[in-house]
Design a binder for this molecule. Structure first.
Ligand code: SF4
Length: 391
């Protein structure tokens, strides 16, 4: 079995490989280092390097895969352990965690993001239900590193079992509390979390730090705990398989999948495709992108979703974009899949341009789109693909 370690699994530049073809590697061994903004990459298997390209390191994984792994070097500095372990935002953003937490002062809150915002995904909630202590310890380490005085866990009220599990632990914790988010998309957006938990409205482009908060996905907090307590690098990922897959129609969480494994493994592990099936989507239904059966698991992959075959749509198509939904490239993919033509596209009226990027100025408080629908109709659109949270 071959695994593929992508050299870019994070925000920033692709990492620089430090192993070469033919070399034997151990599980946990450092195989690529940052080349500017980035995070260390470690082998998730014992094996032999088959090939190194500009995009990836391909490793022939041995059949025998002992549990033991090469530990990251000993250090008393917790931020250094996070850096060594190659931790990045596991919720999909992929921002290097050692940089996010490298703040000297001004942080009051560490917020664990347990929104599990995208429909169908369930691995964050499964993690909380199975091992809530590892997240609580991660919050405490994150509070210690950032000198924060308060820890919150942001979760939707519908996840009752997870809330009860967390509540039992939090009642013994003076400074950590469970807080509720609205049950809507995009409640996991950092600005929505800041608004709902701290009652502060951040401007488009402002970071939670402006509200004295650092927000970290629950799986990232798990990885922080593992790096500090077990000297474990990031070599596995929690995922959800869902959609046209036997045994996983409404979502099946699989925890601790080796990074680099082809995603078809997990579709097959759940029972294989339900026929007919359409494209594979990597991530959630709102923001995911198209994947292939041999796409490798990465540090930021959350969902492996298998869709229905696209309906065929011969009418002219218009598109309305939302910051929290799919962007232009994805709409083109969908329209092509439907054999349709996009004749016009527009954005939700709440989107404003900040530093060359369109952002929502009030995420989650979504307007009707009648005005945009009329605009698209005037441009000749006969059908509309809507990526906004409303309508
Ligand atoms: S207000 Fe518009 S851009 Fe913002 S989240 Fe809602 S639909 Fe998306």
């Amino acid at each position: 079995m071959n695994i593929e370690l992508l050299l870019k699994q994070h925000v920033g530049a692709p990492c620089k490989p430090i192993v070469s073809q033919g070399e034997e590697v151990k599980k946990g061994q450092l195989v690529a280092e940052p080349n500017g903004l980035g995070a260390n990459i470690h082998s998730s298997v014992y094996g032999q390097v088959l090939k190194v390209t500009e995009e990836k390191i391909i490793i022939d994984a041995y059949e025998n895969q002992p549990e033991e792994y090469v530990k990251i070097s000993e250090t008393d500095n917790k931020l250094e352990a996070i850096k060594e372990a190659g931790i990045v935002g596991a919720g999909g953003a992929g921002f290097p965690t050692h940089i996010k937490f490298n703040v000297n002062s001004g942080v009051e809150y560490v917020i664990a993001n347990a929104a599990e915002c995208e429909p169908n995904l369930g691995h964050n909630i499964s993690l909380i239900e199975e091992n809530p202590e590892i997240i609580i310890r991660g919050i405490k380490y994150a509070m210690e590193i950032s000198n924060a005085s308060k820890g919150y866990i942001a979760i939707k009220p519908k996840h009752k079992k997870a809330i009860i599990t967390l509540g039992k632990i939090c009642k013994h914790e003076e400074n950590i509390e469970v807080k509720f988010l609205s049950d809507m998309y995009p409640s996991g957006d950092e600005r929505v979390i800041v608004r709902e938990l701290l009652d502060i409205e951040l401007e488009p482009g402002q970071l939670p730090l402006e509200a004295k908060a650092i927000i970290s996905n629950v799986e990232t907090l798990k990885n922080i705990t593992l790096a500090i307590e077990e000297r474990k690098p990031v070599i596995t990922k929690d995922i959800t398989v869902a959609g046209r897959v036997k045994g996983a129609i409404s979502g099946k969480a699989i925890l601790d999948v080796p990074i680099g494994m082809p995603i078809i493994n997990y579709i097959e592990e759940c029972g294989g495709y339900i026929e007919p099936h359409g494209e594979i989507v990597l991530g959630g239904p709102f923001t995911g992108k198209r994947g292939e059966e041999n796409t490798p698991v990465s540090k930021t992959l959350g969902g492996i979703l298998v869709g229905m075959p696209f309906p065929k749509e011969k009418r002219k198509i218009g598109v309305i974009e939302c910051e929290c939904g799919a962007q232009e490239h994805r709409y083109k993919e969908i329209a092509e899949g439907m054999d349709g033509d996009i004749v016009a596209s527009t954005k939700c009226k709440r989107m404003v341009e900040v530093n060359g990027r369109f952002r929502c100025n009030l995420p989650g408080i979504c307007p009707g789109q009648a005005e945009k629908v009329l605009y698209l109709k005037n441009q000749g659109a006969e059908a509309i693909i809507v990526g906004t949270c409303e309508d």
